[in-house]
Design a protein around this ligand. Structure first.
Ligand SMILES: Nc1ncnc2c1ncn2[C@@H]1O[C@H](COP(=O)(O)OP(=O)(O)OP(=O)(O)O)[C@@H](O)[C@H]1O
Ligand SMILES: [Mg+2]
Length: 262
């Protein structure tokens, strides 16, 4: 395995009782690139993401994270590997009863021995980097923010432990097209600035074309196609072409964030 292969799944299977949700999934996400998982509802995307971040265990297969197969790691060691990953949830998943500051500070309060002053500096710094007015926003409660601002706060929190891997479950769902594009830019800027590897679930084909170095189409728990979004659209794989065509997105007019890529 190449050392740039930071996330590698080999024949991953996952069953819940009798129901086999993932049926032998194999793919690799390269360091500092964005991999986007697409596929219909119930295909197993969220399940796959939860396996990658160690919230669930695969039934069988190998799951390599930064050189370690976490599939069979004891719980204690799995917790250590989990700190290499930040997760940005669909609806930002902020705690409503505490302020933005407390939400973002939470991972550091839990997992570091930093002083209050150091934590405060890091929180304000991350909020500012993500384009928020840190002083004003930090004292607010999540309900007082717009959807786009909540995404930024969720991202700030996921970045607090500066993980090399960030996973996002439908980061643009429920946002208007303009805000969705801003979130795409944010994902790309974050990848670039913090040198993170991103794994993103998306129902948004425009977003997939904008941010993905690699797109993976999951159908009924199996990888139906894998390649750049343009390869999926122009290649021989009928399912991939249809999936993209059915979205109705005019991909010719969608910008690509990283035009220089191979
Ligand atoms: N904890 C669980 N227990 C039982 N079944 C589960 C569990 N988690 C997921 N499933 C089942 O696995 C299948 C895939 O679900 P999953 O959430 O991974 O799909 P998805 O591709 O993320 O769909 P969507 O696009 O709607 O979010 C579904 O049939 C779901 O009911
Ligand atoms: Mg899902």
């Amino acid at each position: 395995m190449d050392r740039d292969d930071i996330v590698a799944l080999r024949d991953i299977r996952k069953s819940f009782g009798e129901h086999e949700v993932l049926k032998g999934v194999t793919f690799t996400a390269r360091r500092n690139e964005t991999t986007v998982l697409i596929g219909g509802s119930g295909a197993g995307k969220t399940t796959l993401l939860r396996l990658i971040v160690g919230l669930e265990r695969p039934t069988s297969g190998e799951l390599w994270i930064d050189g370690e197969d976490i599939a069979k790691l004891p719980d204690r060691q799995l917790n250590r590997v989990r700190q290499k990953m930040g997760m940005v949830y669909q609806y930002a998943a902020l705690l409503d009863s505490i302020t933005v500051f407390e939400n973002v500070a939470f991972p550091l309060v839990e997992h570091s021995k930093l002083s209050r002053k150091e934590i405060r500096e890091k929180v304000m710094d991350k909020l500012t980097i993500l384009g928020l007015d840190a002083k004003r926003v930090s004292t607010k409660f999540p309900a007082e923010l717009s959807g786009g601002m909540r995404k930024r706060v969720g991202l700030a929190r996921a970045l607090m432990l500066e993980p090399p891997i960030l996973v996002y479950d439908e980061p643009t769902s429920g946002l208007d097209p303009l805000t969705s594009r801003l979130v795409d830019d944010l994902i790309e800027e974050t990848r670039d600035r913090f040198h993170v590897t991103s794994v993103v679930i998306s129902h948004d084909i425009a977003s997939c074309f904008r941010i993905a170095h690699q797109a993976i189409l999951l159908i009924h728990g199996q990888v139906a196609a894998c390649g750049t979004p343009d390869e999926l659209m122009n290649g021989n794989n009928r399912e991939a072409r249809e999936f993209i065509e059915k979205s109705g997105v005019d991909v010719a007019h969608v910008g690509r964030v990283d035009q220089a890529r191979k």
